[in-house]
Design a protein around this ligand. Structure first.
Ligand code: HMG
Ligand code: MG
Length: 301
């Protein structure tokens, strides 16, 4: 197996995880969680999103989260930005990195951000231009890279087209989202192969939800193809409010256990990561979804 020697783990729990929780998590808890994740060695911790509070009330306090956060040098705290209104809020919060988010499926684009794929790219263009002028780093997400909850299978060529458009807007990295977690390794590899013909694989990240328990297998498949950036969510928090039945992102603890076992460097400390997972799970009044977190807790008890 030829695998990368080093992987960057992108922690999305405070955004992708908490955006899907029915209960609103207090701002102070979010801040403590993000700080614990940065202290665990994660170099990217997604801190929230500047979207409509009517659509996603769980992220309505993103400005307050960023204002209260002690930012650690060398750590990036990106936020999702869907349009210029969100961009203005992100600038006011003095962020250094933003993420725009598109879909490879027309129906999902409509349900998630209320416009077609082409319209979303038009909306993102001034956001990307603003980011370039202000020197902000720009990341891009693509949802439904394997299947769409409304349309079924998505052609890899459709993913590659959106990837090429987002790369042309200036995204330094594209995160490929299996939003509903239906992918299996062969389909993931076929999709990455096709996307890599449009955007170099050094600029690709994978973002897998674990609905069908395939995320770790899919991550290994992506690693074998040279993808070295992996999105995950501490304690397996997450889901997607516009993808019915989608479960959380793959748990960061499980990803770290896999990478540690493969001898791949991440800079992330398991004990601290697991402690952050226990902290947020307690705040939500439940156990971490992560099997690794549960096994470690059972061993320590
Ligand atoms: P819209 O209704 O078409 O927008 O929503 P609009 O421009 O017509 O504005 C309507 C109202 O929204 C107005 O308020 C605006 O001020 C307000 P009103 O006059 O009615 O009081 N508004 C905003 N408020 C705050 N911040 C903003 C903003 N923009 C408009 N930026 C919009 C379009 C994109 C805003 C909406 O559809 C939205 O917020 N959607 C939420 C999308 C979202 O956050 N989804 C979850 C994240 S994506 C995801 O999880 C997938 C990912 O993890 C990868 C994967 O797993 O696949 C990334
Ligand atoms: Mg997601």
């Amino acid at each position: 197996m030829h695998l990368p020697k080093q992987v960057r783990m992108v922690e999305v729990g405070p955004r992708d995880g908490l955006q899907n929780e029915a209960q609103l998590v207090p701002t102070a808890t979010k801040i403590a969680l993000i700080e614990q994740l940065a202290d665990a060695g994660l170099s990217v911790v997604e801190a929230g999103s500047f979207v409509s509070p009517k659509w996603i009330p769980q992220m309505a306090d993103t400005s307050e989260v960023l204002a209260g956060l002690t930012r650690k040098p060398g750590v990036s705290y990106p936020v999702l930005v869907p349009n210029m209104q969100g961009f203005a809020a992100a600038l006011a919060a003095e962020v250094e990195e933003i993420a725009i988010f598109a879909a490879a499926s027309e129906s999902f684009s409509r349900r998630n951000i209320n416009c077609s794929i082409a319209e979303s790219l038009e909306r993102f263009a001034p956001v990307a231009e603003g980011a370039r002028r202000r020197g902000l780093r720009l990341r891009g997400y693509i949802s439904c890279v394997v299947d769409c909850p409304y349309e079924g299978p998505i052609a890899p060529a459709a993913v590659a087209d959106v990837a090429a458009s987002l790369a042309a807007l200036g995204c330094y990295e594209l995160s490929l989202g299996d939003t509903i977690g239906t992918g299996t390794p062969a389909r993931i590899q076929a999709m990455i192969e096709r996307v890599a013909a449009a955007v170099p694989r050094e600029r690709l990240a994978v973002h897998f939800h674990d609905t069908y328990g395939q995320a770790l297998a899919n991550i290994l498949a992506a690693l074998e193809q040279g993808v070295a950036v992996i999105d995950s969510s501490v304690a397996g928090l997450g889901g997607c409010p516009y993808a019915k039945g989608a479960s959380g992102n793959v748990a960061s603890e499980d990803v770290l256990y896999l990478l540690d076992g493969l001898g791949i460097r991440t800079g992330v400390a398991m004990a601290r990561l697991a402690a952050a997972g226990r902290f947020v799970s307690q705040a939500l009044g439940r156990e971490p979804v992560s099997k690794v977190a549960r096994a470690l807790a059972a061993k320590a008890a």
